[in-house]
Design a protein around this ligand. Structure first.
Ligand code: ADP
Ligand code: MG
Length: 256
């Protein structure tokens, strides 16, 4: 389902760590129902951009709009400008993040991992959350692992559990940071299949990935980041089929 209202819109975002300018004026828009892939070399600022988008990081300059509503910054200090606590909460709970290293809680079962945030952060009814959690675990193909501990699962299963956990928040968009990078190729495909299915359902997603095939297959739009700036962007067929910038050509020649 595609609609015109962007779930998240970032305009001219600047982010620096001390002297290091990591984002130097980046614009990115994720319209409802669209999948945006973010590609680029290590260190180009991809993770930082995702972390700024859901306010895990402060930024120095630029705007972030969530469902059309601009983030209100508390002050405009040079080094940082924290957002309003209520907005942070609203945006973080609506932009669920999936990380490279899964980050499941090792002392909780898979079901407990998936139920934790909807119950404790959103205050939802436990029985209803359990039903949903089981449904999302089924959806990612590990409905039989509810009572297992994270350490008993393969990497691919753990990442699918992490995706179920993100889905159980019923967010407006999912943000993936290299979701398949820690996985062996055959396990990687389990996760790619889940991400493809989510794309087909019309979920709004921003996916940082090194997997150009996945980026090509699932994205509506691909953004190539280079040293904190967008070097090139476009639909996947054009961007991968006929890259214009030399840097993108070079980047793609090193990937498979
Ligand atoms: P990518 O995800 O594209 O590999 P990152 O966004 O992680 O890139 O990092 C971009 C740059 O910012 C890198 O040079 C990295 O070393 C630096 N960086 C990232 N996080 C921090 C931090 N917390 N403190 C200082 N520098 C950081
Ligand atoms: Mg990264």
């Amino acid at each position: 389902m595609v609609n015109n209202q962007p779930v998240i819109e970032i305009r001219n975002l600047h982010k620096r760590y001390g002297e290091l300018e990591v984002l130097r004026g980046v614009d990115i828009t994720a319209p409802g129902g669209h999948v945006i892939s973010l590609i680029g070399s290590s260190g180009s600022g991809k993770s930082t951009l995702l972390r700024c988008a859901n306010l895990l990081e402060d930024s120095q300059k630029g705007e972030i709009l969530f469902e059309g509503e601009p983030v209100k910054w508390k002050g405009q200090e040079l080094a940082r400008r924290p957002a309003d606590a209520k907005q942070i909460m609203r945006i973080r709970t609506n932009l669920s993040m999936v990380f490279q290293q899964f980050n499941l809680w090792s002392h909780m079962t898979i079901l407990e991992n998936v139920m934790e945030c909807p119950v404790t952060v959103l205050g939802r009814d436990k029985a209803e959350v359990e039903q949903k959690a089981r449904m999302y675990l089924d959806k990612v193909g590990i409905g039989d692992k509810c009572d297992a501990w994270p350490a008993q699962l393969s990497g691919g299963q753990q990442q699918r559990a992490a995706i179920a956990r993100a889905l159980c928040m019923e967010p407006k968009a999912l943000l993936f940071d290299e979701p398949t990078s820690a996985l062996d190729p055959e396990l990687e495909q389990e996760v790619v299949r889940v991400i493809k299915a989510l794309a087909e359902e019309g979920r709004t997603m921003i996916i940082v990935t090194h997997d150009m095939k996945m980026a090509h297959d699932v994205s509506d739009h691909v953004v190539f980041l280079h040293q904190g700036l967008i070097e090139e962007q476009g639909d996947p067929a054009t961007l991968f089929g006929a890259p214009k910038s030399e840097r993108l050509q070079q980047f793609l020649s090193h990937t498979t």
